[in-house]
Design a protein around this ligand. Sequence first.
Ligand SMILES: [Zn+2]
Length: 308
Amino acid sequence: MDPYIQLLERIAQAAKLSQEEVERKVEAKRAKLSGLVSREGAAQIVAAELGVNFDKEQFTIAELPGVKRANFVAQILAIAPVRSYSKNGREGKVGNLTLGDASGTIRCVLWDTAHIGLVEQGTLHVGDTLEISNGMMRNGEVHLSSFADIKQSSMKLAGVQLTAIVSPKRIGELQPGMKAHVRAFIVQAFDPRYFEVCSECGKRLGEGGCAVHGQVTPKKRALLSLVLDDGTESCRAVLFQDQLLQLGLQEAEIYSLEAFLIKKASLLGEEHFFTGSFRQNTLYNTTEFMVDSIAPVVPVTLLASFQK
Ligand SMILES: [Zn+2]
């Protein structure tokens, strides 16, 4: 399910309102803030205003980018060696875990010496299930300070995603063939292009219908090209229907050019995390970023000032 819808549901339940009422409040909040916050960010503000407290609530990894306090259960997919650093004359250590559940994977950064000790002493193993509480979300990663807790859990998680461990990249560093996770602004959007797919298998239809299913009722699909920019460089990104829905477009806005043009004005300047693969388009001899998923950037400082 869409993590945003899940968030609306949680707020509605806790505040004893209908999901539609909560959604209306979120849209009103976004309008009031001139679209400066993501839907998830606005939902957090509305939750705080309604007195809904998620501090003890458990989330899935996919939901984490929209939360203030990260409480979740996940499996260890990778443990990086502890690194030492020195900053402003102070020495420190930092640990890194990659965690996964059925909804996705996330990087977990350890700052507390007790947590780092768990890695150095070999107490944590790949495959262990951990219960994390009080993590802070920053740039799409969970950061654990000394206020956070790591507990071994005997829970067995089903369907943990073991693939697609991608590290954050700058657009300027992208090379064809790379899987990447970038934080970037949408600086340009082209008009969507439409094509038809088989209603049975979802494959693109040729002249004589589907190669497997023959003449079928065609389903309309859309493709949208954007230009993303993160300050290092810009790149062309390609999105299909699923990603457009993640961007917050309604089907009507995807399939009606008129409605799209209205939505387009608000897309420009939006900042998100984009995950996908960078590849060479041999037909046009250009490079493009094929986006698999999009996650919101929640402006933490803005939230903090609204939640006082
Ligand atoms: Zn087919």
